[in-house]
Design a protein around this ligand. Sequence first.
Ligand SMILES: Cc1ncc(COP(=O)(O)O)c(C=O)c1O
Length: 425
Amino acid sequence: MKAYADRTLAELLEELKQVQARYDALKGMGMSLNMARGKPGTEQLDLNRPMMDILKSDSDYTCDGIDVRNYGNLEGLPACQRLFAEILGVKPENIFVGGSASLTLMYDVISKCYTHGRGLGCEPWCRLEKVRWLCPAPGYDRHFSISESFGMEMVTIPMTPQGPDMDLVEELIRDPSVKGMWCVPKYSNPDGIVYSDETVRRIAAMKPAAPDFLLMWDNAYCVHEFASEYRPFPDILSACAENGNADMVFEFASTSKITFPGAGVSCFACSENNMARMKKLLNVQMISYNKVNQLLHVRYLKDKEGVLALMRRHAEILGPKFKCVLESLEKEIAPVGIATWEKPVGGYFVSVNTMPGIAMATWQLCKDAGLTLTKAGATYPYGKDPKDSNMRIAPSLPPVEQLEKAMEIYCVSMKLAALRKLTAV
Ligand SMILES: Cc1ncc(COP(=O)(O)O)c(C=O)c1O
């Protein structure tokens, strides 16, 4: 089969006719599926049903000498701090356990910078004329939404196979109005890239002009391999501390894609100074988070090995879904040469880069055929992909049979969008 780029106009017009007919037939199937977000499938959620049967008698609610049903321990149940500490390779006293969403903790950390400042003798950011923020992209749309909601000026940093373009980062942090950076260091959303050791080393050793620079290290997929053995990762807190940057970083994680998204447990890890400041500020808005849920997680997951064993069961369910996506792209799209894509072994997404100028049209065609994908553009700051090319596929929710149909709709929609563009004269 010839790539579209090598075909004559007549050949493309003939192909357009056939692909249009195929699209019309697929549209007639009446698909109704929303794959916009990385939601675990029902089978994955069912894995964790036993967690809900753990706390039965009154005495089950005591742990570390604490009755978890009562107020107290703002920083979290010590056993839950120990669990996250083991996963992230930090000390338990560096862990603050929050509610069900790490996103809330990220929002809170940034919000406090605006209202109260980072400490360190710096002004609250709300008093500054401009706050600029480094956004590796493609990236996680909700990170960008937080930045946008505070009125930050987002600066796009291209992703490389090793992580964010560090030459550019090192140049930009010389500007004191650059106050921070988003990072998803392991199985980045959406590319599935793992930052190289060299990238992590350069990030930890940054010397930003802003003394209150904030590194938002979102380790959302730190144990989320689906086609590989568990891959250990560096402890960013120690790496920063060794470079005199102990207070620069907050690391985040959660059990959203280990147990239940929306009903799991989240945490941040940070230096002693940052912990003292955040506890003081959070203490005003919260007496204590849900320690009953923290205890359920501790009793159910037990320790890091318990978490990794559970993740291997998730992988058995997720692996075939990612395989289905990659095989569809290989079969339908590779021969016509209209997109490239990453082949991740962990995380929750497949990142596809179409030929320039057709991502939004592809998204719309899918939508019209009953398939809702993450909106094209969402993986870039302000929802604007300059090349109109990047698309995020989230294969986890539908069963494989439905995913196969969804991928057929996706691939045919992309071909149709490409052919319409290539034949528009
Ligand atoms: C990179 C990243 N961070 C955070 C989250 C959300 O985490 P939580 O459920 O803990 O708020 C997601 C969910 O898709 C994500 O992809």
